[in-house]
Each structure stands twice: as C-alpha cells, then as structure tokens.
Design a protein around this ligand. Sequence first.
Ligand SMILES: NC(=O)c1ccc[n+]([C@@H]2O[C@H](COP(=O)([O-])OP(=O)(O)OC[C@H]3O[C@@H](n4cnc5c(N)ncnc54)[C@H](OP(=O)(O)O)[C@@H]3O)[C@@H](O)[C@H]2O)c1
Length: 241
Amino acid sequence: MKTVLITGASSGLGKSLALLYAEQGWRVIACGRSEQRLAQLAQLNTNIETLSFDITSKADVLKAAEPLTKIDMVVLNAGDCEYIDDAVQFDSDLFSRVIHTNLIATGYLLEALVSKITKGGRLVFVSSSVVYLPFTRAQAYGASKAGLDYLAATMRLDLQPQGIHVSTVRPGFVKTPLTDKNDFSMPFLVEPDAAAKRVFSGLEKGKATIEFPRRFIIILKLVNILLPKKWWNALNNRNAS
Ligand SMILES: NC(=O)c1ccc[n+]([C@@H]2O[C@H](COP(=O)([O-])OP(=O)(O)OC[C@H]3O[C@@H](n4cnc5c(N)ncnc54)[C@H](OP(=O)(O)O)[C@@H]3O)[C@@H](O)[C@H]2O)c1
C-alpha cells in the first residue's frame, strides 16, 4: 500500500485529494491544524490517518514528522491568502504572515520530509496560476507563490539525481473556504473534487506541471505574452475602482 502525506487536508482541495487517494487504495496521512475537521475526514475512509500541526512552527513540523518513515508522495498543499488593501499604507505584518505560511513554512516541511520520500517517489508543490500575471492586491500571495514556484523548479533539478520526482500544481480558481472570502468574480471556478481529479490524474501520468482549468490557463498565458503591460495595468485599475 502506497503512502501519501497531504498538508492542508482539513478543507478545500487538500480534503478532496485526501479522499480521492484514500478511495484509490492509498494510505493517506492527512495534515492540518483543525483536529476536529481532520477527525471528521478520517471517519469517511479507514485509509486516512491524521496529523495535526501548525506548519508555521518549525519545532511542531519537525516533531510531527519524526515518527514518519517511507512516504511515497508528499503533497505540500497547505496555504493561505490575504490581500493588501492599500499599497500606500503597506501592511508588512500581513505580508510576513502570508510569506511565512506559503513559503517559509515550506522550508520547514522540506527539512522534515524530503529525506523520508522513497526512491522513485514524488514531491508535489501546490503553487497557483497567479504566478502568470500580477493581480491587484495580490502582492503577498503572488510573491509567496512565485517563490514557491522557483523553489519547486530548483528542487526538481537537485532531487532528480536522487530519484525523487517533483511536480508543480498551478490551479485556477477552485471553490474552497479560501476563495469563498473573495469579493470579486472568479472566472472558470471549479469544484474541489473536480480539481482533485485533475491533480490526481496529472500525478498518475508523472507530469512535472499540472495546470487547470485549461481555458483559463491559456488565457492567462496569452495575456502575459501578447497584451501590452500598460493595458493589463489599466484593466486592473478599472476593475479595482
Ligand atoms: N482555491 C483556489 O482557487 C486556489 C487557487 C490556486 C492555488 N490554491 C492553493 O491551493 C492550496 C489549498 O487551498 P484551498 O483553496 O483548498 O484552501 P483552504 O480550503 O483554505 O485550505 C487550506 C488548508 O491549509 C491548511 N493550513 C493553512 N494554514 C496552515 C498552517 N499554518 N498550518 C497547517 N495547515 C494550514 C488549512 O488547515 P487548517 O485550517 O486546519 O490549519 C487547510 O486545510 C493552497 O496552497 C492555495 O494557495 C488555491
């Protein structure tokens, strides 16, 4: 029986992924802070075990990972999003919080978990399609995910000789508690179960990059390449006002 550890499995995309892997016969180590939500998740499938810790505490991450051995796949999915409402009165506490959760904590998880991934196993980073374009108010979230994307790319280079594969997932908008907070329209919004299926099938195929929904990603890439930056800025400013 293969083992997958998934961070951020107490809700949203991570929860759907945990259930899908458990249904497919994997042993799932579902992680998050909320013991209550993790316990509810574990009741849904006996293949699911839970591990509750805060990824922003290095001591807690190292302690939680200590008893673990031989993991076939680690999915670094936990993350948070907060927006900078005023770029002039820049909120550096918010900026630090988001960078800490989405990027610095990933370093703690890598220290604790990479050495436990079996040869031929896989390390998965859940980044975001935000990395393709600058979005208004997304300074903290976008910077954290751009950093994560680079981190994943360099880990791929250095883990390849060790026989560990690395995948980067860049979802568009997925309907989860994270996006339920958004006060703007989210084009091509997908349900978390559908998103989990896309991730699962991409990982089964051994893809290095998994991006969805396809039409949304194509539009972002085309805008990035073809639309003059001053038009993109004007469009963002119009939507923000
Ligand atoms: N939803 C989207 O549209 C979208 C798009 C692109 C990328 N993503 C990325 O996908 C990932 C999952 O997001 P989601 O939309 O599924 O959000 P979500 O439903 O809010 O889930 C976030 C998960 O991360 C965990 N988490 C957050 N902070 C944590 C901490 N300090 N320690 C431990 N666990 C923590 C939460 O668990 P607890 O609350 O139990 O701690 C929760 O299980 C994130 O990395 C997000 O950036 C999402």
